[in-house]
Design a protein around this ligand. Sequence first.
Ligand code: SF4
Ligand code: SF4
Length: 237
Amino acid sequence: MSQTGALYKAEAVAGYADVPLEEKQRLFDEVKADMRFPDYIYGCYECGICVAVCPSARFYDFSPRRIAQAVAREDAELVYQQMQEDIWECSQCFSCLRCPRGNNPGGIITIMREVSINNGLASAREALEGYTRIIYKIMSTGTQVSPDMLQPDAFPDWGPEVKDVSDKLELWRRALPPETHHTTTTGWEVSDKTLVELYLIWHKTGALKMIEEVDEGLHMILEEVMEERLEEEGIEV
Ligand code: SF4
Ligand code: SF4
């Protein structure tokens, strides 16, 4: 490594000096304690196959190999830095499962993201900031982004096409064969039973708790919507 390279590396790793090493280690221990962890990392050959197949590595300063290496070497400092920066560049496509060592860098990143969210790290808050509307829609209605969210002001990069779609939305939706799709406020109609089951799953698996860590306002609204619905069904959570 050149002198400049070594200096850059030292500076990069020395990042987040205001965070005590004990805290970084605590977060890494949380990553390692996940029951999936032992199946996701078996050491790393540094062969770079995961980097060659990774779409995010092509467009960003990002490398699944660096993640696998930091984790395999138990470098809590570097893992912390990656949790604050790199992990949000992964598109979770899992092409890196081609790893000849049997590693799952995308899976490790999933765990690191979950730990970042559960601990309310700044990177998690920032990464999820733009998704408030989408998370609200999915969790309150049980379906994906709704057609009525396709508005020109929300999707300016779609050009004039999006105005055409939003103007004729009602008609175009009615032209779809499945009747459950004849709605514009949800992707499709979800039965009450399914919705209640989803609410219970989100309560019991801690998904709601995760949202509380990154967005208290959104959490309050979602809790209200879900509790009201569960009360109507006579279910206590
Ligand atoms: S899951 Fe993430 S790290 Fe793995 S190949 Fe896809 S984008 Fe890259
Ligand atoms: S493919 Fe596997 S062994 Fe090769 S660099 Fe990536 S994680 Fe390491």
